[in-house]
Design a protein around this ligand. Structure first.
Ligand code: NDP
Length: 515
């Protein structure tokens, strides 16, 4: 049974815990009319919120941050139940980054969103300023793998920039947003400023078509194409955060122990259901055998089971169909000559009757295997042997996806050089996964991994609308020489001006070198 089903009532999503099968809760599906009404209420809330000075907005949003901290145990418990992820990951990968983001933005947003005066290179008599003004209502459509940290990062950006925001969580994991909304409502902040609508893809479509001013979508490539097309038809600007197939290049000089530990943590955290999971390892032949052995040993030490127990490191698969996907990857790889190092099948830990897949390591992987080409989104790490760094770079770039990439080498300068040659939105040297938790750094992909960025200064400014205001530094003449009337004499003058201003080391170049 899928964790989300209607249990007979087509208007309800009933959620069952992936680790135990127990019923966790339910939400009523939002109808299209209710989605439109939610957008209208959000619009009114935005009209009020936009007029609140930015510094005051920051202060007020800290009330929500404090409520999240106060009720962190409830959030963690719900995340563990609803997704099957271990408690430590619910705390460290979900709750903590969002609490940090609200804290960070409350201090930094006024600096990042400061009006920016443009140094005009020619029109020195004019003053040009870009203001970052609120957009209106932002829609956030989010996946099930990080059902708190992914939408709430976008919620924070929308609220700090003065917009209202509506989240459509995945049908698989809606309950954490239901709890988050309750926490929001308990703070006395305007209820309609942050709302949640529940349901399947059609509810997401209703949000896009309902009159929002921006969509931030995180999900799979296939859905992303549909959402981008719908945004295009409605002329709604959008950010697309799509799938990943992160390569990890293990150079001959890498710190073998750190590299092996990074592969194991980066491959199996959240049972591999991470868009930036280590999904392909390219290990230099000089360290290949030792690395495979160490990865195997570390994987065998992992404790998989009931995620409510503090010592459990690998929990359940959140979304049952991913078990079949994992099986298909393993079967295809073994059929094409991969070596099964460990795992490779479903697993039933003692006392945990739910949906688990054993942490799996495959060696001798080649480029024709599905496991090296398609997103896995499960606890499987495929390892390939390469003869050189050049080969590793070429094979790492041979993918339609480009979200994160990783390089492990003791030569940090060389690591940075390799990073610049990898086709990915972010490249980490001697580290994995952690960049999503840095609110300063832009996060997003290239190629089919999407476009636009979340996090970082530019993404915050993009969450706002840019309003360019141009004024005169000195009183403008009644008869502007560039306006009507046109005549032959003036054309001649302007034509001459073109040469004087721009040819060779013309006036424009000389003016630019002075200022
Ligand atoms: P999906 O693409 O299936 O769904 C994402 C969201 O879109 C869900 O809320 C889904 O609703 C909704 N949706 C589905 N169809 C439509 C539609 N036609 N219009 C509007 N909304 C729609 O992704 P998953 O939930 O399966 O998440 C896994 C994927 O997300 C992986 O590919 C992963 O790599 C990617 N991801 C990317 C990240 C990034 O930052 N780049 C981070 C995390 C995950 P419902 O669930 O109810 O169908």
């Amino acid at each position: 049974m899928s964790p989300a089903d209607g249990a007979g009532d087509p208007g309800t999503l009933v959620i069952h815990a992936p680790a135990s099968g127990e019923r966790v809760g339910e939400v009523a599906i939002t109808t299209p009319d209710e989605v439109r009404a939610a957008i209208a209420r959000a619009r009114s809330a935005y009209e009020m919120w936009r007029s609140v000075p930015l510094e005051e907005r920051c202060d007020r949003l800290l009330r929500f941050r404090d409520a999240l901290v106060d009720r962190a145990d409830e959030l963690i418990e719900m995340l563990v139940k609803e997704t099957g992820k271990p408690r430590q990951e619910a705390l460290l990968h979900e709750v903590m980054p969002i609490v940090d983001t609200f804290t960070y933005l409350s201090r930094r947003a006024p600096v990042i969103l400061q009006p920016k005066e443009l140094p005009l290179h020619l029109f020195k008599h004019k003053k040009s300023v870009v203001h970052y003004v609120p957009r209106g209502v932002v829609g956030v459509i989010s996946p099930w793998n990080f059902p708190f940290t992914i939408p709430m990062g976008d919620v924070a950006a929308a609220l700090f920039t003065g917009s209202a925001v509506i989240v459509k969580p995945s049908e698989v994991t809606p309950l954490i947003m239901k709890l988050t909304k309750q926490i929001w409502d308990s703070t006395g902040l305007p209820a309609d400023l942050f709302q949640v609508v529940y349901g399947r893809g059609d509810v997401g479509s209703a949000l896009i078509d309902g009159g929002v001013q921006k969509i931030v979508f995180t999900g799979g490539v296939a859905t992303g194409r549909k959402v981008a097309a719908a945004c295009g038809a409605a002329l709604v600007p959008c950010v697309m955060e799509l799938g990943g197939k992160a390569p990890l290049i293990a150079c001959a000089d890498c710190d073998l122990e750190r590299t092996a530990r990074a592969i194991v943590w980066g491959g199996f955290a959240n049972s591999g259901q991470v868009c930036v999971s280590v999904e392909r390892v390219f290990a230099h032949r000089e360290i290949y055998d030792a690395l495979v052995e160490r990865v195997k040993a570390l994987t065998l030490e992992l404790r998989q089971g009931n995620p409510e127990r503090d010592e459990v490191e690998v929990g359940a698969m959140t979304f049952a169909p991913q078990m079949d996907v994992a099986d298909a990857h393993v079967k295809d790889a073994l059929g094409k000559g991969a070596t099964l190092v460990t795992g490779g099948q479903r697993h039933q830990p003692a006392g945990a009757p739910g949906q688990f897949y054993a942490p799996t390591v495959l060696a001798d992987c080649t480029g024709d295997m599905m496991v090296m080409r398609a997103e896995i989104f499960g606890p499987i790490v495929p390892i390939a042997r390469v003869d050189s760094e050049e080969e590793a770079i070429t094979r790492a770039n041979d993918s339609h996806l480009g979200l994160n990439a990783y390089v492990f080498t003791r030569d940090r300068k060389r690591g940075e050089e390799i990073a610049l040659r990898l086709e990915a939105g972010s490249v980490l040297v001697n580290d994995v996964l952690t960049n999503h938790a840095t609110p300063e750094a832009p996060f997003g992909g290239v190629k089919d991994s999407g476009f636009g960025r979340v996090h970082g200064d530019d993404a915050l400014r993009d969450m706002a609308e840019k309003r360019h205001v141009m004024t005169e530094r000195i009183a403008a003449p009644a008869h502007d020489p560039f306006w009507y009337p046109y005549d032959a004499k003036r054309f001649k003058l302007l034509r001459k001006g073109l040469t004087t201003l721009f040819a060779g080391n013309g006036l424009v170049q000389r003016i630019a070198s002075i200022f």
